[in-house]
Structure formats: structure tokens, C-alpha cells
Design a binder for this molecule. Structure first.
Ligand SMILES: [Zn+2]
Length: 204
């Protein structure tokens, strides 16, 4: 079981989905919630490549200087995270996207886009967001969610892992497109063991 954003596996296949998966379980039980302080968010953003080391240091200093703002930021991050979950989980059952979560993501992504600048990087020119405020961090995840939505025609639907005590969202990029679990090594193995036990003892 993941205990923090430092050790949680990045199984989502996209930064917006790894962000959603900071609730360790959404099926069977809910939680634990791995977004408990600003540092959890900074660590995750760095791990999924949304910020570099220098930006992580700037944000860390900002959070220490403004603890109240850092606290509010975690609340904002959680409400954005739940909106991203509500928007993408419907792809698993092919339902229409709900309006409310879309509006939450749209508002923050719009702000992120307004602040982005075109930079030349090693990978060529890219829109990047300068980081000067703590709220920039939450907006970055909203922008990632909007990118995932825009690229719907280029990808398979987002899947929800059906593992006991899981419910993580992931992108299936496998060749056959029949991935059932966020991770074959954890949820996949649990399911196979359960199936084997049930076969061996149908009373179980
Ligand atoms: Zn899973």
C-alpha cells in the first residue's frame, strides 16, 4: 500500500491520472488520502515531470513562507482532483462527461494557459508555465487534465482498476488494449490468487 506521493506507484500513464490516484483506494474503502500537505503535491509534480528541481525548491520556499496559503492550496488541489476523477471515470462505462467537474477543470486550465510562455527546450519549442505562485501548481494539473481530454481521439478510454481496494484510473497503452488492472504485479496478482482460491474452494 502506498503511504505517500514519494512511494506511490505511477500507474496512471498520465500526470492527471497519477494526480487522481493520490487516494490509495476508491473501491471497498476510501483512502488513505496521500495529499496531506503542500509538499505532497510538490513531490508528485516533480515525479511526473511537471516541474523541475529548481521550481520544486521555489515552491517549497513559498509554502514555508506562506503556510496559510499552502493549506488552502491542498484543499484546492483535492477539489480539483475529485473533479478530474469525476470527469474521467465515466470513460470506463462510456457515459457522457458531467458538466460540473468539466467547469472546475476548465476554469483552472484556462488560467494556466493564460500564463504559459513558448520556450525552446531540448525537445523543441513547448508551452511551459512559469512558476511564481503556489496556485500555479494546482493549475498545472488542471492543464494536464485538459490536455488528456483534448487528446481523446488519440487514445483509448481511461479505465478504472477493478481491484479490491483500488479504483485507480489508468490509460491502457498496451498493444492489445485489454489491460484490466492499474498494475499487473499488484491488483492483477491479487485477482488471480482470489480466482484460484475460489476454484480450489467454491465455499470461499
Ligand atoms: Zn489497481
Amino acid at each position: 500500500m502506498a503511504t505517500s506521493t514519494r512511494d506511490m506507484p505511477l500507474n496512471g500513464g498520465h500526470p492527471a491520472l497519477d494526480f487522481v490516484n493520490t487516494v490509495d483506494s476508491r473501491r471497498g474503502r476510501w483512502g488513505p488520502d496521500l495529499l496531506r500537505c503542500c509538499d505532497d503535491l510538490i513531490v508528485l509534480a516533480a515525479r511526473v515531470g511537471l516541474i523541475d528541481e529548481k521550481q520544486a525548491v521555489i515552491l517549497d520556499q513559498l509554502a514555508k513562507r506562506r503556510p496559510q496559503q499552502a493549506g488552502t492550496l491542498v484543499e484546492e488541489a483535492i477539489s480539483l482532483r475529485e473533479a478530474i476523477y469525476d470527469l474521467f471515470v465515466v470513460e470506463d462505462t462510456n457515459q457522457p462527461y458531467p458538466d460540473k467537474p468539466f467547469a472546475v477543470i476548465h476554469e483552472r486550465a484556462r488560467r494556466a494557459r493564460a500564463r504559459q510562455r513558448l520556450f525552446e527546450t531540448k525537445e523543441g519549442f513547448q508551452w511551459l508555465q512559469p512558476i511564481s505562485e503556489l496556485t500555479d501548481l494546482v493549475d498545472l494539473f488542471a492543464w494536464q487534465a485538459s490536455e488528456l481530454l483534448i487528446r481523446r481521439h488519440e487514445r483509448r478510454p481511461v479505465r478504472e482498476c477493478k481491484g479490491d481496494n483500488c479504483g485507480w484510473l489508468f490509460l491502457d497503452t498496451s498493444k492489445g488494449g485489454r489491460r484490466l488492472w492499474c498494475s499487473n504485479a499488484t491488483c492483477g496478482t491479487h485477482a488471480r490468487v482470489k480466482r484460484f482460491r475460489r476454484k480450489a474452494d467454491p465455499q470461499n
